[in-house]
Write a protein that binds this ligand. Sequence first.
Ligand SMILES: [Zn+2]
Length: 445
Amino acid sequence: MARSTTHQICIGIIVLLLVAFFYVPNSLFAESPVPGEYLERAREVLGEVPLIDGHNDVPWQYRARVNYNLDKLDFASDLSTLDPPMHTDINRLRKGLVGAQFWSVYVPVSYEGALSIQATKEQIDLVYRLNERYPDTFKLALTADDIERIFADGKISSLIGMEGGHSIENSLAVLRATYELGARYMTITHWRSLEWADAATDAPIAGGLTPFGEEVVREMNRLGMMVDLSHVAPSTMHAAFDVTEAPVIFSHSSAYEVCRHVRNVPDDVLKRVRENRGIVMVCFLGSFVSEELRLWEEARSAERRRLMREHRDDRELVERDMRSWRERNPRPDATLEQVADHIDHIRDVIGVEYIGIGGDYDGTTSLPVGLGDVSTYPKLFVELLRRGYSDEDVARIAGLNMLRVMREVENVAARLQRTRRPSEATIEELDAEVRSGPDADNEGN
Ligand SMILES: [Zn+2]
């Protein structure tokens, strides 16, 4: 009796093991598909929703490498073979399933006066000529509707973003003219503070925004040009939130809590992004992504400054000692997974509705492992799916959030244009008090 019971229990266990062997692996796979299935899902989402990237510096590459001569640099060829390689070309944009690209029409802050305005126009002209030369690939987009129509047509939207208020040279007339030329966002500052707005990476001048800086934001709201707060100081971010009536963007910034670079967005500002219904387009630039890399770059700069003092500016000796410093201190890589950590953080703090993508390709040489050029975007979405993001979350981050922001900006502009005329203000008038410091009383009363 006892023996046959033991026998039955043994058979029972064997049957259970067999059932487990055939069924458990299947159910496990159902919950966590293999990467190939994630890739399939990512591709499906990006086939339905345009992937909109907030920042790419190809126009500057054309200026720096070939003085804007498209004959000398064919965007339809493989530009990864150049030295140094470019991150962007038509084939890789297609492979990356990009639906819309904001081209940065960046000019350096050292360009002043007429030169900065001319160079900005030359950058805009380059975007037009790319569209013209590759009409099967690109089409200029000015609105959210344009992006959707161009996407349905199987083409990539070309959009224009200005990087830095120095491009308008204290003139609301120039701001309006660049809107007419197609610019749909302006980053308030680049690396240096302006007379009317402070940058994150420079000493403050304006104390956030001056009255003229506030007027720039109001005029951008009226025009329907998005206010971009990447690059600006937190004081300027807060000042812009106080004034703006439309959602703002961060065209290429990540989360400060994850990597403490001043170019990233602190949590208290993230909360204002949610109140404002704006968007943070997560940037891939290595030292914004990886805290280890940021600290390493900081240590490298400190070591270089120390060696410059020690060797009394003898560059040869400094370079020799820097080489040995680098051997002792290998450079840590930023990674695709860390970019996903930034997205996780922003989602945890304010939700998935306020996240976009702003890679900064061709604006940096420091990119995360796994995100080396514009063909790699789908890998980032695979990682998000692997982390449990839904297809809908991925669609939002890829493009739906930005389309929503653009539509709200367009609606605010339409409303404001019914009652508000173009601003007649000048910096001289509005900032008279700010400008008249203790020793600026030579205008009499
Ligand atoms: Zn930038």
